[in-house]
Design a protein around this ligand. Structure first.
Ligand SMILES: [Zn+2]
Ligand SMILES: [Zn+2]
Length: 256
């Protein structure tokens, strides 16, 4: 990526269209950067994300080693907030799952109930995988193969819809909606909508009476295949999954 493009992306603010009000709500993207640099430093020093665990007990699962391997890097984010006593609070998030974990001590939770997610996803994901295995043993292009593919596609689409229905999206007016109700993007919701750092951080703040002041997200680890994400570079919330929902999430958060 050229420097000019990189600079432009770095200067972009965190904002999105709110379907509730019919306007754009935004949040500062700069004040949190110092805290993000501190988080990068902690990741460097600890080599893992479970900072609160003493090192002898630290699980390999939380090692940042994988971020420099074939799995490549990941987005991390911090949200600077103010609590009801006017004290500053810094929240931290990793995008999606970390090595198969939705929850790690010291990091904000996803937008859904994790137990509920596993109860739903476990058996249904197995069904999708079973169909995939059956597809491998019948000739490609045969009627049976086509039929299995059709069934698998239908099953995985329905599973994705059911998973999306578990997400609760709060704003700063004490309201809560489903993802489908707030999504202001064109077309369907991409896989992983709601799992990035920005929505996780804003949801945690909204549910815990914390007023958001500034948000910063950065990429950490081996550059991605297209080199559009660079180790330790700052990026605004993504345009496909986050911008369509963070407008609603920022509703009632003060500024604009
Ligand atoms: Zn995103
Ligand atoms: Zn609004």
């Amino acid at each position: 990526m050229g420097n000019r493009v990189k600079e432009a992306r770095e200067q972009a603010v965190c904002s999105g269209y709110c379907r509730r009000c019919g306007r754009v709500h935004g949040l500062d993207g700069f004040r949190a950067r110092g805290h993000a640099l501190e988080l990068m430093d902690r990741l460097d020093r600890f080599g893992r994300i479970d900072f609160s665990t003493v090192s002898l007990q630290a699980g390999k699962d939380c090692s940042i080693h994988q971020l420099f391997g074939s799995a490549r890097g990941k987005m991390f984010g911090v949200l600077l907030c103010r609590d009801t006593f006017e004290k500053e609070v810094v929240l931290q998030a990793f995008s999606g799952q970390f090595n198969g974990h939705w929850r790690v001590d010291g990091w904000v939770e996803p937008l859904f109930d994790v137990e509920q997610f596993h109860r739903l996803n476990g058996p249904r994901e197995k069904e999708v995988k079973d169909l995939g295995r059956k597809m491998e043993i019948v000739p490609v292009g045969s009627r049976e193969h086509l039929e299995l593919r059709r069934r698998r596609k239908k099953k995985s689409r329905r599973l994705m819809e059911d998973i999306f229905s578990l997400y609760r999206v709060p704003n700063f007016r004490g309201e809560e909606c489903s993802l489908a109700e707030v999504f202001a993007g064109a077309g369907g919701m991409p896989t992983g909508t709601g799992d990035c750092c920005a929505p996780k951080l804003l949801a945690h703040a909204a549910r815990n009476n914390l007023m958001p002041l500034s948000l910063a997200e950065f990429y950490y680890g081996r550059d991605n295949a297209s080199a559009s994400c660079i180790h330790k570079a700052f990026y605004p919330p993504c345009s496909t999954r986050c911008q369509p929902i963070i407008g609603y999430m920022l509703c009632g958060a003060g500024r604009s």
